[in-house]
Design a protein around this ligand. Structure first.
Ligand SMILES: [Zn+2]
Length: 274
């Protein structure tokens, strides 16, 4: 890991400069120079690189596309299921009415058959009775026709409900598959990221052990208010944290400062590693 590998996640600092500008306490470190990649600055940048990596992994964890897909699919599923529930209630109501009509039609037909059988039996001979029975048979016939017309209307009303329900069932099944896929993909990605976070945290712990506690504490304080970036390399004449170009005199002062001196950026307050 070199000093230049880390990518700052934050923008320019917010008024933190005043408190942290200029040279600060010397770093108690056995290293004579921090510009060769093994000094306190380089070690601090290694901690910063791990912190940045962990921050980015955690950001990936909460912005996983599969998780967003799953949420969208679940929201759509909820909507489709609500619609299907309304249609199912309509289907049940219409079906119940149809069943009741069929029961009435059967009863009327049965009654008509009984009367017709009696008329044919020869037991009823009075003309007045036969005429009354004939009237009832005709009346029952008209009743059955009316009931059957009503049943036909119900069946016509049922048809679009059932068609829409079938379409909804297919959509729900497809969305369910998509949701299951997204759920599995999200879980897999989350497990993988969590594993990488754990190993980065261990590497960060090891890297932090090589940094003086006071410098680490200062770094963490600045990082907390610096959008995740507490230390940045001096890149040419620019601060690698806020990317602003520093005055030549300031750069000169920084470069000439004793190696064990902690220097911060006047603009953003971050620790500048030169
Ligand atoms: Zn800066």
């Amino acid at each position: 890991m070199t000093a230049d590998q880390h990518e700052p996640v934050g923008g320019p600092g917010e008024g933190a400069a005043a408190a942290f500008a200029g040279p600060a306490a010397p770093v108690p470190s056995p290293a004579a120079a921090d510009s060769g990649g093994t000094g306190p600055g380089a070690r601090l940048l290694a901690v910063q690189a791990h912190d940045t990596a962990i921050d980015q992994l955690r950001h990936r964890l909460v912005t996983l596309p599969a998780r967003a897909e799953l949420q969208a699919a679940e929201a759509s599923l909820a909507g489709l299921r609500a619609t299907a529930g309304i249609l199912q209630a309509q289907h049940q109501e219409l079906s119940a009415s149809q069943a009741e009509l069929e029961r009435q039609i059967d009863a009327a037909k049965q009654r008509r058959q009984q009367i017709e059988a009696r008329m044919r039996s020869g037991h009823v001979t009075a003309a007045r009775d036969l005429t009354a029975m004939d009237d009832e048979v005709r009346h029952l016939g008209e009743h059955v026709t009316a009931l059957e017309d009503r049943e036909l209307e119900l069946m016509e009303a049922l048809e679009p409900v059932d068609t829409e329900l079938a379409g909804l069932s297919a959509s729900i099944a497809a969305l369910q598959l998509a949701a299951d896929g997204a759920r599995a993909a999200a879980a897999e990605a989350e497990a993988e990221i969590a594993g990488t976070v754990r190993s980065e945290e261990e590497l960060r712990r090891q890297a932090a052990e090589a940094v003086a506690p006071s410098l680490l504490e200062q770094y963490e304080r600045i990082r907390a208010r610096g959008g995740g970036v507490g230390a940045a390399p001096l890149v040419g004449n620019a601060c690698g944290g806020c990317h602003l170009t520093l005055p030549s005199m300031e750069v000169d002062r920084i470069r000439k400062a004793p190696p064990d001196t902690v220097v911060t950026c006047d603009q953003c307050g971050r620790i500048l590693v030169r």
